[in-house]
Each structure stands twice: as structure tokens, then as C-alpha cells.
Ligand binder design. Structure first.
Ligand code: FES
Ligand code: FES
Length: 157
């Protein structure tokens, strides 16, 4: 298939590649950039495991083609901690509140909570549950994740 060039910024690093138009952003990040923290669960937009930030908004990378994010800025879970490895408030809060078990869903939750708190710095429980309603977790029962979102908003204020 005819390949197309795509240029984007991934976690602050300008990145260019030649890709098939049918390559999803999720596959691009995992296979072309080696950023395997973005997980694939359902691959059809239901589970949220593949959530990344595109120009700051939380999006499902399995539903976008890489060529659609040409000239845009993508942040994956690998770009959330500080360069020196210090965890973000959201990551620390997930650890503190036991918001993960197997961790498969966690990168998606980190991205969704990060975007949620940018838009709602002091969210109600309802806003947290609504903001995370597109992310599935098969292990935790969600209580720890909701507590972590609340705790992260406290840390950030
Ligand atoms: S893998 Fe993208 S939403 Fe499930
Ligand atoms: S921690 Fe296992 S799926 Fe969420």
C-alpha cells in the first residue's frame, strides 16, 4: 500500500515516519515509536486502555489513524512523569490510593485523569465518574481509581 509521511511531536520529541494510511495511532506509537505503555484492549473504542493526549485532549488512539495527527502533539503515559523520573500527581495518587492491580488499564486512566483534572481542577465525585466512564478496569472495582483522582486534585491544588 502507498505510504504517507507523517510528522508529529511525541512526548516533546519531533517525530517523522512513513506509514500506511491504515496504521492506527496506537500501532504507530507502539510499533514505530517503541512506546508500549499505550495498551490495546478492545481495539474498537470501548475500553479506553489506549487513551493518549492529542493536543491536550484525551483520545482513543485505536480509533485514530496516525496520518490524522499530522502536525499535532501527542503525549503518552511515558511522557507524564518528569524527565528525572518523578511521578506526576496523578501517578503518585494512583499508587497511594491503590488505584491499580494488574495495571493493564492504568496508562489509560493516567491519561484520562490528567485530562479530567486539567478541565476540572476540583471535580465532584460525579464529574470524576463521568470523566472516567470511558475507561474499563477489570480488577479494581473503581473505588481506588476514583479516590486517586480526588487525591490527585488535592495534590495539584
Ligand atoms: S483499545 Fe482503544 S478503546 Fe480499547
Ligand atoms: S488494574 Fe487490572 S484492568 Fe485495571
Amino acid at each position: 500500500m502507498h505510504e504517507q509521511s507523517v510528522r508529529l511531536t511525541v512526548n516533546g520529541t519531533p517525530t517523522a515516519a512513513s506509514v500506511e494510511p491504515r496504521m492506527t495511532l496506537a500501532d504507530f506509537l507502539r510499533d514505530k515509536c517503541g512506546l508500549t505503555g499505550t495498551h490495546l484492549g478492545c481495539e474498537h473504542g470501548a475500553c479506553g486502555a489506549c487513551t493518549v493526549l492529542v493536543d491536550g485532549d484525551a483520545v482513543r488512539s485505536c480509533l485514530l489513524f496516525a496520518v490524522q495527527v499530522d502536525d499535532m502533539e501527542v503525549t503518552t503515559v511515558e511522557g507524564i512523569a518528569s524527565p528525572d523520573g518523578e511521578l506526576s500527581a496523578v501517578q503518585s495518587a494512583l499508587r497511594e490510593c491503590h488505584g491499580l492491580q494488574c495495571g493493564f488499564c492504568t496508562p489509560g486512566f493516567v491519561m484520562s485523569i490528567t485530562a479530567l483534572l486539567r478541565d476540572h481542577p476540583d471535580p465532584t465525585d460525579e464529574e470524576i465518574r463521568e470523566g472516567l466512564s470511558g475507561n474499563f478496569c477489570r480488577c479494581t472495582g473503581y473505588q481506588g481509581i476514583v479516590a486517586a483522582a480526588r487525591r490527585a486534585s488535592e495534590i495539584m491544588r
